[in-house]
Design a protein. Structure first.
Length: 127
């Protein structure tokens, strides 16, 4: 039997996730034992990425606000934008100053895809 292996070349030093509503965001901050005084606003505009320290790894929580009136391409574009912020922080934490353009593109693609898949799963649960 053939067993295909994970194609990832490196493991991200980050845990990251998407919260599409404020209630889930606050629940996650409580679970992470982040004191309420340190809680950032859920979103500052349409979407935001919040960075925290969580035990052995840094954490990134992407938040996306009210999706009403926005098309799927607009929402996905915001997730790509936030994926770039996550990538920038990952790159810095790895000490990577000049990644190849292909490595950078694949990294942002993978982050974006996982955020989009999470958005779709959460949106279906919310209905």
């Amino acid at each position: 039997m053939t067993e295909w292996l994970d194609r990832a070349l490196i493991a991200s030093p980050y845990y990251y996730r998407l919260c599409i509503n404020e209630k889930d965001f606050h629940r996650e901050l409580k679970r992470l034992k982040i004191s309420q005084e340190q809680w950032p606003p859920f979103i500052t505009k349409d979407a935001a990425t919040h960075f925290f320290e969580g035990g052995d790894r840094p954490l990134a929580i992407v938040t996306i606000g009210n999706a009403k009136g926005k098309s799927v391409p607009q929402l996905y574009a915001m997730l790509v934008h936030e994926a770039v912020h996550v990538w920038q922080d990952i790159k810095e934490s790895l000490g990577e100053k000049s990644p190849s353009s292909e490595f950078e593109a694949y990294s942002i693609q993978a982050l974006s895809q996982r955020l989009m898949e999470s958005y779709e799963r959460q949106r279906k649960v919310k209905k």
